[in-house]
Ligand binder design. Structure first.
Ligand code: HEM
Length: 706
């Protein structure tokens, strides 16, 4: 047995030797496995330099003029179809923006992560490296004033405009990411497999945005490559709704987009290796021979071949007219995939010529759904209806991930759109917040007929509830698409007021109502945040900052209504992922879990009690209790899974609390908070102040409440 330690020593020494010799190998392993944000690293969204003043001064019309000249200047390295790069640019912009998903606000062109893996190598992004390459001289010319994100979208806009299409305007201010980390959850990656696995590729479910990994939406050939338009229609509806597109927007976008350009699949052998496999010459193309191999007429992009209309560089509704005018017959195109060709309808003049056009299974699908069919008929008959529907849907497509109107820069921003959930201006006269604070402090310990409970040592105490209300109001914020937050006080309105985690919050609002009524100009949004701050300050939190001027929404708007609030739940990965989506650091997220919480409040949520019966003091005690005790799983009377401290009466925590103990990175932070209460208070205040003000935008980069 004495050999064992010696052997261990030798093996360890060998392992260390290998590790020392192969840092590259170890470094690579991390990257290859995408051990990224969710599993290990501090959440981050690294941004390149952003110069807001320069963006404001940018002459957008000058950029557009340069783009228009570039579109018709065909290059030998990548010749333009029909002498115009416009269609390629539209596809690039659409694929940059179309990764957006409503489920967690991820994706979209803000950040321009199409330049990085994993998005860069997606099967749907074949040859978009060429499109970005064409734009490089323009990017270089305008420097920091023009981010890649803005340039890609502006190229799409300008392409539509230059071919006669309608554009609503341009919202500038996209900030480029420094890498593709924020796209890892979109997949394919280990992060995505952990947070949102897809069991059948081709039938991936939300929160994933697409039905198929590395495609933007659906398989153009039909679900799981079966060319059945009837099966394809419901899949299109499903995935477009994951981006908050309704039927009219969906049909206008597909047919409006396919008014332009063509599909590319000159031969069946494919585009060649993607950028991840061959970064030095990705997608070289395998069709044809000689200097034109892989380009021009020999291009392989998607593997389908042909245009949708007879003039693919002119905006019109011919796509819709064509869909209705012919019957469509499936065949295998030169690229080896099923596509559809026109055949004359029975009642057509047999002398009629058949145009040299095609449709994809997803295009023919628009004829197979009764609602889509009506829209196809409308757009075929009415060009103006298409112009209006397409221009609005396109603007929403490319701007949705930018968040509220106030984040848009430049002189071509159209008026606020419904998808931006515009808020009314705040009241002109701001109340005396000091006097409001005084009133709230008093209300903390005066019994309210609206909610006569929550005693501490036999006396009324509303602090934990005020803080919870503020947290529930603010924590709907997502830094991924800058939606949610307490500005607007939408927690008063359906559907947020009915979310299970907001139980009893209407009553807490009632407790505060007399204060609201006695201060003209005081909005609910400001009152809620101030009540949370005041309660925490009363509980000895340090450094709560308040900055007023919020307004109250009249009604809830789609971006918030369709997104259920993300809550910390018992899944470790989800816990971390939520922190990332909210824009909190892990330290802040861990610190915030120690929020004051009362036994009766926990009981309202269906638990047996709290970890403390004294919610009047914010401290690092929560972490001591968490780490010092052993816990057993029990089920509360209301059926909630909870954890009870072994050998203690009435000490309960929730699964999401225990997750802090189970996760090594979170546990390390909790241990530090136990031994260093200043570190705890600092992280708590930083996280709290961040969440309370996260939705106060003044331009893309700035928070007006800094
Ligand atoms: C091209 C599929 C929606 C704009 C293509 C191609 C496919 C495709 C397979 C051929 C790519 C190639 O081989 O070069 C789909 C599917 C959609 C969809 C399945 C949704 C169901 C859209 C939307 C837009 C759009 C919403 C824009 C509003 C374009 C354009 C091209 C194109 C402009 C031509 C690119 C070129 O000429 O180089 N699409 N698309 N598509 N798509 Fe779509």
């Amino acid at each position: 047995s004495f050999l064992a330690p010696a052997l261990l020593l030798v093996l360890t020494a060998q392992a260390l030797h290998v590790a020392a010799k192969c840092p590259f190998h170890f470094g690579r392993a991390r990257v290859d496995e995408n051990v990224g944000a969710v599993l290990q690293a501090e959440p981050r969204r690294m941004l390149l330099t952003f110069d807001e003043a320069a963006v404001q001064k940018l002459d957008i019309n000058a950029v557009k003029a340069d783009l228009k000249a570039l579109f018709v200047d065909s290059q030998e390295s990548w010749p333009a179809d029909f002498g115009h790069y416009g269609p390629l640019m539209i596809r690039m912009a659409w694929h940059c923006a179309g990764s957006y998903r409503l489920s967690d606000g991820r994706g979209g062109c803000d950040g321009a992560r199409q330049r990085f893996d994993p998005e860069r190598s997606w099967a749907d992004n074949v040859n978009l490296d060429k499109a970005r390459g064409l734009l490089w001289p323009i990017k270089q010319k305008y420097g920091d004033a023009l981010s890649w994100g803005d340039l890609i979208i502006l190229a799409g806009d300008t392409a539509i405009e230059s071919m006669g299409g309608p554009i609503l305007g341009f919202c500038a201010g996209r900030i480029d990411d420094a890498d593709g980390a924020a796209s890892l959850p979109l997949g394919p990656s280990l992060d995505q497999e952990m947070v949102a696995p897809c069991s059948v590729n081709g039938e991936c479910e939300a929160p994933l945005g697409a039905s198929t990994m590395s495609l933007i939406y659906v398989n153009p050939e039909g679900p799981l490559a079966v060319p059945d338009p009837e099966l394809s229609a419901p899949q299109i509806r499903e995935v477009f709704s994951r981006m908050a597109m309704n039927d009219s927007e969906t049909v206008a976008l597909i047919g409006g987009g396919h008014a332009f350009g063509k599909t590319h699949g000159a031969c069946p052998t494919g585009p060649g290796p993607n950028p991840m496999q061959q970064p030095w010459n990705p997608w070289p193309g395998t069709c044809g021979e000689g200097p034109m191999k892989g380009k021009g007429n020999n291009t392989f992009t998607s593997g389908f071949e042909g245009p949708w209309t007879t003039n693919p560089i002119r905006w019109d509704n011919e796509y819709f007219v064509n869909l209705l005018k012919y019957d469509w017959k499936v065949y295998v195109g030169p690229g080896g995939h099923h596509q559809w060709e026109p055949v004359l309808k029975e009642d057509a003049d047999p002398e009629d010529d058949l145009p040299d056009i095609i449709m994809l299974t997803t295009d023919v699908a628009l004829l197979k759904d009764p609602i889509y069919l009506e829209l196809v008929k409308l757009f075929a008959a009415n060009q103006t209806a298409l112009d209006i529907a397409f221009s609005h849907a396109w603007y929403k497509l490319v701007t949705r991930d930018m968040g509220p109107y106030s984040r848009c820069l430049g002189d071509q921003v159209p008026p606020p759109q419904p998808f931006q959930a515009p808020l009314p201006p705040p009241p002109a006269k701001i109340p005396d917040y000091k006097a409001v604070t005084k009133a709230i402090t008093k209300a903390l310990r005066v019994i309210s007929p609206a909610l006569p409970y929550d005693p501490v040592n036999g006396k009324p105490y509303y602090g934990a509830l005020f803080a919870t209300l503020a947290w529930q109001c603010a924590s709907s914020f997502r830094q991924t698409d800058y939606t949610g937050g307490c500005n607007g006080a939408r927690i008063r309105l359906a559907p947020q007021k009915d979310w299970p985690q907001n139980v009893a919050m209407d009553k807490v609002l009632k407790v505060l109502e007399p204060i609201k009524d006695s201060f003209p100009g005081l909005t609910y949004a400001d009152l809620i945040v101030l009540a949370g701050n005041t309660a925490l300050t009363d509980a000895k939190a340090k450094g709560m900052r308040f900055c007023g001027g919020r307004s109250d929404a009249d009604s809830d708007e789609p971006p918030v209504t369709v997104t259920p609030q993300r809550v910390f739940n018992d899944k470790l990965v989800q816990l971390k992922d939520n922190a990332i989506v909210m824009g909190l650091t892990f330290r802040e997220a861990v610190a915030l879990k120690a929020m004051i919480r009362s036994p009766s409040q926990q009981q309202r949520l269906g638990y047996s009690g709290s970890w403390t019966d004294n919610p009047t003091r914010l401290s690092n005690e929560f972490f001591k209790v968490l780490l010092d005790n052993d816990w057993v799983n029990v089920t509360s009377a209301a059926g909630q899974l909870e954890m009870k401290a072994v050998g203690k009466e009435g000490v309960y925590m929730m699964p999401c609390d225990l997750a802090i103990k189970w996760d090594p990175v979170f546990a390390a932070i909790a241990q530090e908070f136990v031994t260093d209460s200043t570190a705890f208070y600092t992280a708590f205040a930083s996280g709290w102040n961040k969440m309370m003000n996260a939705d106060r935008f003044k331009g893309p980069a700035g928070n007006e409440c800094k």
